[in-house]
Design a protein around this ligand. Structure first.
Ligand code: BTN
Length: 244
């Protein structure tokens, strides 16, 4: 992998730092790893608890031409690369929950946060941020949902460097498929790993709640829900957009 690489003792957020590097003209792809984050970011404005040297805080920064390289559903594609990494580590029970959580028995073990800067249909900056609970074994203050770690599931410590290398290789391979053929080439594979496929679920949004049966995802990564009013599709809105 001929990627520019930065290993940091501490940073605010590897995603924020990666975006600053891109904006300062740093070569891309650029991979950032940190031992801890003081302001780790989760989806929907949440804080990502990031204790020192226990977990993986990983950001891959890309400079893309959105016109030629479809960004839609990219976070679902990243989820497949992440899941493959966990499966190879021995955690074969892990699965996906739309749009991009990785769960083991309803407990979260990893998450993905994509951040975009610029115009997604032109040349833009994209950061794929991944957090994996690796060797964490005790409850941290501030985690507001059931969680687990590789250590808790497998009963032994895991090498974070090896995980980062495998994750990078799988991301490279899956991104290549995504950019060459679109998410439609990966859709069936994604659904095969979707833990909530065929289940009834409640979708909660700012506008209210909708209950339905999970049919799967479409070629744009939107959730297909069979509701009383027929099939409805919902896009995740996982990209946080800023003016360039
Ligand atoms: C989620 O809410 O599920 C997404 C969590 C993403 C956390 C990772 S840790 C590395 C990268 N830097 C951040 O600030 N967030 C992501």
């Amino acid at each position: 992998l001929a990627w520019d690489f930065h290993l940091l003792h501490e940073t605010d957020s590897t995603n924020a730092r990666a975006m600053r590097l891109l904006e300062a003209g740093n070569p891309a792809p650029c991979l950032l790893l940190a031992e801890s984050q003081s302001a780790g970011r989760g989806r929907r404005g949440r804080h990502w608890v990031s204790p020192f040297a226990e977990n993986l805080y990983y950001s891959l920064a890309l400079r893309l031409d959105g016109a030629a390289q479809p960004i839609e559903a990219l976070s679902l594609t990243a989820g497949l690369a992440l899941l493959k990494t966990l499966h190879e580590t021995g955690l074969t029970r892990a699965g996906l929950k739309w749009p991009n959580d990785v769960l083991v028995d309803d407990r979260k073990i990893a998450g993905i946060l994509l951040e975009l800067s610029g115009d997604p249909s032109a040349v833009c900056h994209l950061v794929i941020g991944i957090g994996i609970n690796v060797n964490r074994r005790v409850e941290a203050v501030g985690i507001d949902q059931p969680w687990t770690s590789l250590f808790l599931e497998l009963g032994h410590l895991c090498d974070r460097t090896e995980l980062a290398i495998r994750l990078s290789e799988h991301l490279r391979d899956y991104l290549q498929i995504h950019f060459a053929k679109g998410f439609s080439a990966l859709r069936e594979q994604w659904e095969a790993h979707h833990l909530w496929q065929g289940k009834s679920a409640v979708l909660i949004s700012g506008a209210g709640q909708i209950t339905g049966k999970v049919l799967g995802v479409d070629e744009r990564g939107a959730l297909r829900l069979q509701t009383a009013a027929g099939e409805q599709r919902f896009s995740a809105g996982e990209l946080s957009l800023r003016l360039a």
